[in-house]
Write a protein that binds this ligand. Structure first.
Ligand code: PEP
Ligand code: MG
Length: 586
């Protein structure tokens, strides 16, 4: 076996050493016409059905051993489908009649049969439709050379996939999934962000990973260097095992800072908070010494499901976060869907430019009677009784949007009061600054909000016109571009002039390389994924606020991102922090 090293974008630090587990993409691209010809296509199909049968039998045996015979029987129905003359015959006919690929013929026939079962509307037949779908996916996966997502993972693995949706990511079994790599995505794609909060090492934008890696290959994934080593020799494995141990030791040392305040050498106090996607993430923020929640991305409550979450369900989720934080500040952002965050339960039409499209506050304000928005606001107001809640609106571009959002919030509050339902008061209201228009106008927004939180993930992409998901333009995704830094400075100054605070919840806030500069720019609150908090505290406690102010002044006068980075590297005292493990903004 020869060592192969593949390069992607390091998205979540840490090292993983495990076997490869290839995942089939949920929606494979299917060609209609078979290129090799009908005979080959029929043979491919027969071989795939045969292999799928072997997989199902293996799964049956495993289930019988682990769970019992009764559970294993579920797979008998799958074997029946694999033997079903109607299904197999129809697929073969379509391959022959239309010169179609096996994938195309299988998908068409399976769709027709499942639709007819579902229409009959009895429980038994609906279950059969489910069996057919499951088996079809399995055959499809065999045809594409991948392993189906439904196949249980029983050992430590590194997932190799074309892409992982946020809901795929959230469902990863942390016990066995030691890391993942995807062909798609950038450092701020949501699966990357989630990997950081789940503390799973990840490398994204790994072009051709599925071509280069076979199922069960031995892999080393280095989430910091963005590297994937395929079938490394024993010597290299030992080297990485040592690095893993060292990282564990460093983590233990930093853990001692969990109960310490975040104060610079010259006594300037900062708040370090955590970004979360669900109530289950709060424990990690507290464990890592978070002083608050700076961003609760509530859209994850809506994802990967068929129906919208009810007001009650949301209320329970928000209440749980507030109660766990025991009076510490919790910034909850109202739903931000669109972009790379699709929502099956809303069935939003596909857009050519989703990052510039109908999303976040735009969608909330424009859907009929703002049902989605009002339901969420009611749940939030009711939960506000249980802690220190701050509500934040995403993607605000105009004063008009902010005013409308605030007035809907006031209306819902009044309605609750009139109905005698307790609502939290006072609740501070803030906005994300992630659209350059809002940053430029920050002095006019500041009097109308209680706080700003700068969303650099979007602010950088909109300022530089570089899609944050597109690895081909990632060279333009420049957090240190003075244009971005000047906008950040403008927002912070505008907040301070009005006696308000300014935080940051984009990924830049958790980057050890950026922290000295952000401290010097005057940022009051830094919100990041839980595992970055202690390293950030460690760094800030070794910095002088005054000196960093001078550093920031110099950075703002420079002409390019490269010059700013060079300045940061030259500066003394904190440069050691640049090398330490933490999410690196490219
Ligand atoms: C941001 O844009 O920086 C941000 C925090 O929002 P999201 O990453 O959810 O778009
Ligand atoms: Mg954003």
């Amino acid at each position: 076996m020869t060592l192969r090293k593949l390069q992607g974008i390091g998205a979540s630090t840490g090292i993983a050493i495990a076997r490869a587990h290839r995942l089939a993409s949920a929606e494979p691209v299917i060609e209609k016409a078979s290129k090799p010809g009908t005979e080959e296509e029929l043979a491919r199909f027969a071989a795939a059905v045969h292999l799928a049968g072997i997989q199902v039998r293996e799964l049956m045996a495993l289930t019988a051993e682990k769970l019992g015979e009764a559970e294993a029987k579920i797979f008998e129905a799958h074997l029946l489908v694999l033997d079903d003359p109607e299904l197999l015959g129809s697929v073969r006919e379509l391959i022959v009649a239309q010169g179609a690929t096996a994938e195309y013929a299988l998908r068409e026939v399976a769709r027709e049969i499942t639709a007819s079962f579902e229409a009959l509307n009895t429980e038994y037949l609906r279950e059969r439709a489910g069996d057919i779908r499951d088996v079809t996916q399995r055959i499809m996966a065999v045809l594409s050379g991948a392993v189906t997502g439904s196949q249980p993972i029983e050992q430590a693995v590194i997932i190799v996939a074309h892409d992982l949706t946020p809901s795929d990511t959230v469902q990863l079994n942390r016990e066995y999934v030691k890391g993942f790599t995807t062909e798609m995505g950038g450092i701020t794609s949501h699966s990357a962000i989630m990997a950081r909060s789940m503390e799973i090492p990840a490398v994204v934008g790994m072009a051709d990973a599925l071509q280069e890696v076979r199922h069960n290959d031995l892999l080393i994934l280095d989430g910091e260097a963005g590297e994937l080593l395929v079938n490394p020799p024993a010597g290299i494995v030992a080297e990485y095992e040592a690095k893993l141990l060292e990282a564990e030791r460093r983590k233990e040392n930093r853990a001692l800072l969990a109960a310490q305040p975040t104060i610079s050498l010259d006594g300037h106090r900062i708040e370090l908070a955590g970004n979360i996607g669900s109530p289950g993430d709060v424990a990690a923020v507290l464990r890592h010494g978070g002083e608050g929640i700076g961003l609760f991305r509530t859209e994850f409550l809506y994802m990967g499901r068929e129906e919208l979450p009810s007001e009650e369900e949301q209320f329970m989720a928000y209440r749980s976060v507030l109660e766990q934080m025991e009076g510490k500040p919790v910034v909850v952002r109202t739903i931000d869907v669109g972009g790379d965050k699709e929502l099956p339960c809303l069935e939003l039409p596909k857009e050519d430019n989703p990052f510039l499209g109908f999303r976040a506050i735009r969608l909330c304000l424009e859907t009929p009677e703002q049902v989605l928005f009002r339901t969420q606001l009611r749940a939030l107001l009711r939960a506000g009784v249980y802690g220190n809640l701050k509500i934040m609106f995403p993607m605000i571009a105009t004063l008009e949007e902010l005013r409308r959002a605030k007035s809907i919030l006031a209306e819902e509050k009044l309605k609750l009061e009139q109905a005698g339902i307790p609502a939290g008061t006072p609740i501070s209201v803030g906005m994300m600054v992630e659209i350059p228009a809002a940053a430029v106008m920050a002095d006019l927004f500041a009097p109308e909000v209680d706080f700003f939180s700068i969303g650099t993930n979007d602010l950088i992409q909109y300022t530089m016109a570089a899609d944050r998901m597109n690895s081909r333009v990632s060279y333009l995704y420049q957090p240190y571009n003075p244009a971005v830094l000047r906008l950040i400075k403008q927002v912070i100054d505008a907040a301070h002039r009005q006696g308000k605070w300014a935080g940051m919840c984009g990924e830049m806030a958790g980057s050890l390389a950026a922290i000295p500069l952000l401290l010097g720019l005057g940022l009051d609150e830094f919100s990041m994924s839980a595992p970055s908090i202690l390293a950030a505290r460690d760094s800030i406690r070794q910095l002088s606020h005054k000196e960093m102010e001078e550093l920031a002044r110099r950075a703002l006068s420079l002409g390019s991102a490269e010059e700013v980075k060079a300045l940061l590297e030259q500066a003394d005292g904190w440069s050691a922090g640049l090398q330490a493990a933490a999410p690196q903004v490219p």
